[in-house]
Design a protein around this ligand. Structure first.
Ligand code: IPM
Ligand code: MG
Length: 398
């Protein structure tokens, strides 16, 4: 028992030391890179697992067409990064193998397909999720997830904290003995500050009236309490914006409250609540398969689908029917992030025409629907139509 207690203290001590070191790094965080001023931008394309390589290849193709001019000029490079597969990660017993990580770090921004997250009982070692590791390694602290549904008057932007909370040391819990398991959740002043600030800045820039802070600070008093307290502090600098604070349980309910939900605009929340709430939110828009997600840091940024790798679709030979919509949306967010705002807008219009307004090609995930390839052909045809904006406006009027 005594030995176990000593080990537990050491375990806790190591976690505290690691976080204090991390805080020092956060304090010395460099300036945000302005991609519009960069002469050369490397976009790394990471296939991932399951349907990932198939749908990411489609998104890469769309990017190569939208960025053709600057690719030809050498300003943009689309670089495929291999090796972030579950087989390779399992073999190296690393969430991101060292050589893959160093290749990722040589890129500026990344477009990533879904990666399989190992869990107990899988044929793989129970290593940390590649997503979670990448967010931490590249310090991608802001997970920005927009959800828009015109018919329902929904226009939400979630700012999910991406490097702390239950995820920060999610694979470093303590199995004290057979009876007792303890996990840790982390909130730092610096980490909370930067994500909440990001949400308020966005609200100001976009002319939004309200920022909603979601926690469970009445129960998780220490970490969520800190998050909320910092939010209240930051809010003082944004008098033109209203701030309201909600608990995660009632928030999940209010998202389906028709009278209430359109009032939400910008939401900022700790990691795990953000994970949960954004899946629920995406459901209004057609499911997680339709949502893109931006993971933003000061130096790097990574754009991905928010769904999983759907290994069953591959096993059943259905990868060709997988919907590339989510990674293509993520590619749209990437374009905007690196300064190709016009291209991004065009892509968004084309996606909306194809997915919700015209729907000439429909995917069902199986042979009852179109293939991803047929969908992309339709999308590109829509995108390349010189009357794209007019077509879009005409659709909206009807
Ligand atoms: C997401 C996913 C990931 C997460 C998984 C794959 C680890 O659900 O991006 O929301 O929990 O963050
Ligand atoms: Mg999730």
């Amino acid at each position: 028992m005594n030995q176990k207690l000593e080990n537990a203290k050491k375990h806790f001590e190591a976690i505290i030391t690691e976080q204090l070191e991390r805080i020092e790094r956060l304090k010395n965080e460099g300036e945000r890179v302005d991609y519009t001023k960069k002469e050369h931008i490397v976009i790394g394309v990471v296939g991932g697992d399951g349907i990932g390589p198939t749908i990411t290849e489609h998104a890469k193709h769309v990017l190569s067409i939208l960025l053709k001019e600057d690719i030809d000029k050498g300003r943009i490079e689309l670089r495929t990064i291999e090796g972030l597969t579950i087989e390779n990660r399992a073999e190296k017993n690393q969430a991101i193998p060292d050589d893959v990580l160093s290749e990722l770090k040589q890129c500026d921004v990344l477009l990533k397909g879904p990666t399989t997250t190992p869990r107990e009982g899988d044929p793989w070692p129970n290593i940390e999720s590649a997503n979670v590791a990448m967010r931490k390694e590249l310090d991608l602290f802001a997970n920005v997830r927009p959800v828009k549904v015109k018919e329902l008057d929904i226009d939400w932007t979630f700012f999910r904290e991406n490097t702390e909370g239950g995820y920060a040391v999610g694979s470093k819990g303590l199995h004290f003995n057979d009876d007792l398991a303890i996990d840790f959740t982390i909130a730092t002043k610096q980490g909370s500050y930067r994500i909440i600030k990001e949400a308020f800045e966005y609200a100001r820039k976009m002319g939004k009236k309200r920022v909603t802070v979601v926690t469970k600070a009445n129960v998780i008093k220490t970490t969520d309490g800190k998050f909320l307290e910092i939010a209240k502090e930051i809010h003082k600098d944004y008098p033109e914006i209203e701030m309201d604070d909600w608990y995660i349980d009632i928030m999940t309910a209010k998202l389906i409250d028709e009278k209430r939900r359109s009032q939400f605009e910008v939401m900022v929340l700790p990691n795990l609540y953000g994970d949960i709430l954004t899946d629920e939110a995406a459901e209004f828009q057609g499911g997680v398969g339709t949502a893109g997600s931006a993971n933003i840091g000061a130096r790097y940024a990574m754009f991905e689908a928010i769904h999983g790798s759907a290994p069953r679709m591959v096993e059943e030979g259905r990868a060709i029917y997988a919907d590339p919509g989510s990674v293509i949306r993520a590619a749209g967010m990437l374009l905007e992030h690196i300064g190709y705002v016009e291209e991004s807008k065009k892509l968004q219009m084309a996606l909306e025409i194809c997915n919700t307004l015209e729907k000439k090609v429909v995917l069902t995930g199986r042979d009852t629907g179109a293939t991803g390839e047929a969908y992309v052909a339709y999308l590109l045809e829509t995108l390349n139509d010189p009357n794209l904006s007019e077509n879009y406006l005409a659709f909206l009027k009807h």
